[in-house]
Design a protein around this ligand. Structure first.
Ligand SMILES: Nc1nc2c(c(=O)[nH]1)N[C@H]1C(S)=C(S)[C@@H](COP(=O)(O)OP(=O)(O)OC[C@H]3O[C@@H](n4cnc5c(=O)[nH]c(N)nc54)[C@H](O)[C@@H]3O)O[C@H]1N2
Ligand SMILES: Nc1nc2c(c(=O)[nH]1)N[C@H]1C(S)=C(S)[C@@H](COP(=O)(O)OP(=O)(O)OC[C@H]3O[C@@H](n4cnc5c(=O)[nH]c(N)nc54)[C@H](O)[C@@H]3O)O[C@H]1N2
Ligand SMILES: [Mo]
Length: 783
């Protein structure tokens, strides 16, 4: 186990990137004992002929940098190529009950899973099994179940080939129960953009970054979560492109950047200022802020017309391409500045400053992440961005558009090839004609629905294609006991995590190859493909020897399960597909010819091939065939959990990633840019709130959800860190804070858990012995 360094809080003074980044990479290579394999692999990361980074979904350029990876991509590679192993001998030494006490970090840090395992209740241990036994027994059990009671979850990593097979497996088995991590992430984007501009994905590509003259950034922590994007941002800044950021926290990566791959920058004093305006919007205040900017634009437009100057609002574009403008204009004009100021937590001048720069630019793009989507009004937040872009014709021209920054490296691609609970979003006719089985009409379960089904006992079995479902979902303290009533828990995974340890009646742990490993089928190395955040589809090869000869590829595992489960009436040659992935790609091309025709050659184009994006050509696939202005129902976040103005003890909590984690995978206890070291048990608060609520920085507190008090939702002890965050707002780490998020508190329509706006109260408590040993609040923390 990790010996925790002393916990420490010290504000970070340097830029993002830079020497801190280089040091952090070396540390993890050392710890994972991956110093030999990983550096060789890193040279091939995100390169033609190499492999797609297993970390984020950011675009891969056609002409890559010498080292096309970032600090966190390097950590992800080291994490996967580790020499450490979690073998059957490990499970002989530790019971599952014992492992349940281990923190997430320790579980994964122990290394890669090496053998297929079956849980044995008598000894409370995972025991080695064979692939034949696993397929046979799981198949027998699935055949005996009602298909509607089985869930097929996918975390967003698996390749297009694997994902395509997986959704066919679920549908041929008899359901559309295909929740995926996107249900907790950018589903608000898929719903919002589809309605507004007729595509479920962003319209921006890397080429647009070279042409843009203004970038707005909402609720995305680029320095930690998509650091490779700092390169195009830095380039844009060198061209003097303004970058206007909206984020409650002052995130280091959005402030200054030193390119760790540039010797001149590493040795010199210069760093690039990233954000030219930084607006610390209140949590959930973005729609109000954007409405304020729109209102300012209307006022500027009116003034310009009176002075005989060029218009600010692009009436020509609006008349030709949009619908709903008048309603939106009326709504924006009728908003009161004082209401907008209160909701956004920003001054009118701040909103006007942003509007002024926006009005000056010709080609603006809006970039955003979880700070917008994971709210009660996540869908409307996304649509508000579109409204503002449409006012100046900023969709469908070079250098402009909307850019959701996706999470998992193939999460967007999984949707493209059919991983969705909604059969209306897949070409049912083609699937039925080609594969000879009936696709169930009934809508399946998304993530929140699946959780409800687990809680009410209607879901009986769970298959996980990667991920750590039980840690990632909301309301984890309620979910874990209910999970134990499942009859079957099958997890295809690379490393051990908590979802494998909270046991159902029957549990199987099926270890798979990672993306960086060579996947040989019938003696031949297989290529595979993924789609990045900008809709580009790339082919890849793994290039490291697998850590264990007992691993199977995800594709082979799904074929094995399908062969053991399905009746055989479907015309899918699982054996042939498993032996040659080109055949899967050819089937994908037949089901989705507009996107994937000639994929076998096109996926090797430098930078990948771009999927058709009608909105980027101003071809609007909406019912009205126009881009839609959509007036939000409310500018008030959290209409479902609003504690009321009299509850001054309630803070809004956002749950965030540190710089040392990939989702529930914890690489370490350093959140360098936020100055946190050695711990994750902290809550960030405004200094005035700390004092006003009767605490001092460094105090230990329990956090409790401030609604539905009959259900106890509590985490802690957490240590208070006084931080530069707006009053009334607070922040803690995901997944530690997930028990605080009520399952029903999710975005309307997209059902993305509202993990960024949880009302909480704090209660002073005593630290545990192990907390005390580590906790040393900095002196400057104590008022
Ligand atoms: N290294 C690393 N990379 C990752 C991941 C990882 O865990 N580690 N995860 C991957 C995945 S799956 C995803 S989805 C992405 C997530 O990447 P992000 O979208 O950056 O997600 P978060 O870390 O949750 O942080 C969201 C940001 O939103 C801000 N924020 C919170 N609430 C609000 C709000 O109401 N308004 C505004 N304007 N801002 C707000 C927070 O301060 C924070 O800076 O990254 C992907 N890449
Ligand atoms: N409170 C709160 N909750 C959140 C969020 C938040 O911001 N706040 N963010 C949400 C978001 S955006 C997301 S995307 C979800 C993430 O939810 P998930 O995708 O379910 O979780 P991960 O942590 O990415 O999954 C990690 C596990 O994946 C397995 N794994 C890694 N690589 C591979 C592989 O190549 N193949 C296979 N088969 N398995 C692999 C490993 O066993 C590892 O333990 O969490 C969501 N939950
Ligand atoms: Mo995500």
């Amino acid at each position: 186990m990790l010996i925790h360094p002393k916990a420490r809080y010290k504000p970070y003074e340097s830029s993002s990137g830079g020497w801190g980044s280089a040091k952090s990479v070396m540390e993890i290579l050392w710890r994972e004992q991956a110093l030999i394999k990983a550096p060789v692999a890193l040279l091939k990361q995100n390169k033609p002929g190499g492999f797609a980074c297993v970390s984020c979904a950011w675009a891969k350029p056609g002409k890559p940098h010498h080292l096309e990876f970032c600090e966190n991509g390097a950590k992800a590679t080291a994490w996967e190529l580790t020499s450490l192993k979690t073998s059957p001998a490990f499970f002989q030494r530790h019971t599952v009950s014992e492992l349940l006490q281990w923190p997430d970090y320790d579980l994964e840090q122990h290394g890669r899973l090496t053998h297929p395992l079956r849980y044995d209740r008598a000894s409370d241990k995972y025991l080695e099994t064979t692939w034949e036994e696993a397929y046979r027994d799981i198949g027998t059990q699935l055949r005996a179940m009602e298909p509607e009671r089985v869930v097929f979850y996918a975390s967003g990593r698996a390749s297009l080939e694997t994902s395509f097979m997986y959704q066919l497996f679920a549908r041929a088995y008899g359901n559309n129960n295909l929740p995926d991590s996107s249900n907790m992430c950018h589903e608000s984007t898929s719903v919002g953009l589809q309605e507004s501009i007729g595509v479920p994905v962003g319209t921006v590509t890397l080429a647009d970054f070279e042409l843009t003259d203004c970038i707005f950034f909402f609720g995305q922590n680029v320095g930690s979560n998509s650091p490779r994007m700092l390169h195009p941002l830095q380039e844009a800044r060198k061209r003097d492109v303004p970058i206007i950021t909206f984020n409650p926290l002052r995130e280091r990566g959005l402030e200054r950047f030193v390119n760790p791959q540039s010797p001149a920058e590493m040795l010199g004093p210069e760093s690039t200022v990233i954000s030219t305006q930084y607006h610390q919007v209140a949590i959930g205040g973005d729609s109000a802020a954007v409405m304020g900017i729109a209102k300012a634009l209307f006022e500027m437009d009116k003034a310009a017309l009176i002075r005989g100057e060029p218009a600010v609002i692009d009436q020509g574009f609006i008349a030709e391409h949009t619908e709903g403008f008048n309603e939106f204009a009326t709504a924006a004009r009728s908003c009161e500045w004082n209401v907008l100021e209160a909701r956004a937590g920003l001054s009118r001048s701040a909103m006007e400053a942003a509007a002024t720069v926006y009005a000056r630019s010709e080609r603006t793009m809006f970039v955003y992440g979880m700070g917008l989507t994971q709210h009660r009004h996540g869908v409307e937040n996304v649509q508000m961005l579109v409204n503002l872009l449409l006012l100046r014709g900023n969709i469908g021209k070079p250098g402009a558009g909307i850019c959701p920054v996706r999470g998992h490296s193939n999460v967007q691609g999984q949707r493209t090839v059919g991983i969705t609970e909604d059969p209306k979003k897949v070409p049912v006719d083609k699937i039925e004609a080609l594969f000879g089985f009936h696709v169930p009409e009934k809508k399946g379960l998304c993530t929140v629905d699946a959780c409800e089904g687990i809680l009410d006992g209607s879901v009986h079995a769970f298959i996980g294609l990667g991920g750590n479902f039980l840690r990632a979902v909301p309301d984890t303290s309620r979910m874990e006991p209910a999970w134990q009533n499942l009859q079957l828990n099958v997890q295809i995974a690379t490393k051990l995590n908590r979802t494998h340890l909270v046991t159902a009646e029957q549990n199987w742990l099926l270890p798979c190859l990672g993306r960086i490993e060579i996947d040989r089928q019938n003696g031949k190395a297989q290529a595979y493909s993924t789609e990045d955040s900008t809709g580009c589809i790339h082919g890849w090869w793994g290039n490291s020897e697998p850590v264990s000869e007992h691993l199977r590829s995800e594709t082979a595992i799904i074929a094995g399960l399908a062969l053991a489960t399905l009746s055989g009436i479907e015309r899918i040659d699982w054996e042939a597909w498993r032996g040659n992935y080109a055949q899967i790609r050819s089937a994908i091309g037949e089901v989705y010819p507009e996107i994937f025709h000639d994929m076998e050659t096109r996926m090797w184009e430098p930078g990948g091939f771009h999927r058709p994006l009608p909105a980027a050509e101003r071809n609007w696939k909406t019912p009205s065939e126009r881009a839609q202005f959509i007036v939000p129902k409310s500018l008030n976040e959290n209409t479902d959990v609003n504690p009321g103005p009299e509850r001054r003890d309630v803070l809004q909590l956002m749950t965030l990633r540190s710089n040392d984690q990939f989702n529930t995978t914890i690489y370490g206890y350093e959140d360098r840019f936020r100055g946190i070291s050695g711990t994750r048990n902290v809550v960030f608060m405004n200094r005035n709130d700390v004092v006003r609520l009767g605490f001092i920085a460094g105090d230990w507190v329990m956090l409790t959800t401030a609604v539905e008090l009959e259900v106890i939702r509590e985490v802690g002890p957490m240590q208070i860190v006084a931080y530069d965050i707006p009053e009334g707002c607070s922040a803690g780490y995901y997944p530690e804070c997930n028990p605080l998020v009520p399952l029903w508190h999710h975005a309307e329509r997209s059902k993305v858990p509202a993990a960024k706006s949880v009302p909480i109260t704090l209660r002073k408590t005593q630290p545990r012995a192990e907390d005390l040993e580590r906790a040393v609040p900095d002196k400057d923390q104590i008022q």
